[in-house]
Design a protein around this ligand. Sequence first.
Ligand code: NAD
Length: 289
Amino acid sequence: MARIIDGKVLAAQRRARVAAGVAEFCARNGRAPGLEVVLVGDDPASAVYTRNKEKAAAEVGIRGVLHRLPDTTSEAWLVDFVASLNANPAIDGILVQLPLPRGIDVNRIIDAILPSKDVDGFHPMNAGMLSVGREGLVPCTPRGCMALLDAHLEAVGEGLDLGGKHAVVIGRSNIVGKPLGQLLLARNATVTMAHSRTRDLPAVCRTADILVAAVGRAAMVRADWLKPGAIVLDVGINRTADGKLCGDVDSEAAMAVAGALTPVPGGVGPMTIAMLLENTLLAASRRVG
Ligand code: NAD
């Protein structure tokens, strides 16, 4: 029976650590770290995500501000708005919630964010820093996956070095798959990036000691795709026909084969917000020197 890697418990621990760090930051600098979240339009899922981010920031003492902008907001206006947040010294982190309404070039907006305030880690400068192994800001979901992996390895008494291990990442998005591949590589794993054009995906997955599913297809990864004992990180968030949340892994069946598995909900999801708070504190601490 696979060990469940509990993201809720780990996220609560990490948030408590951020709260302590924020208190120290306030004592040293006479102000709280500032996070500005920008929501453009009325996508219902984005509205929930941004509200959760605002609430989570407040809980750890970060001064979080949520800007709700109408879907008629123009690209040029948004670029100017981001520039005003860049220029404000009391603001340490800027997050523009994706997806943006049609008509706004997402790359132009990401490029407009000052890399040192880019707490989502999506700016090409931060993506480049990650790929050359230099210090920048790392996207939250991949960081959360690594934290879950480390917590599991520690709990079962295994070393954190992934040398000799084969990690397969399904999904090559800039937000999850690619940066996670880089993080695993930096930890000495042998990494295979799989995606929609990969031939015989089940066979590739069966070679994985660590399997990450970041696709967005409910229960796509079947139990017979798994190497017995594999560590499985399920990033996918999907809704079943009856409205329940489920991941990319057929978790019920996978429990009998995998060595460890992150649940959906309660696995990677809670870690993403915890890592956003960590990134905000990190960005603030680096900015004040
Ligand atoms: P995306 O749509 O940008 O990328 C999906 C990737 O899956 C692509 O690279 C594509 O090549 C690959 N893919 C698609 N169909 C495939 C198939 N049949 N076989 C193999 N690969 C296939 O998605 P994303 O933004 O990377 O998100 C992936 C999933 O993770 C989604 O379900 C999303 O909701 C979820 N997600 C969760 C969190 C979290 O906090 N838990 C954060 C971000 C994304």
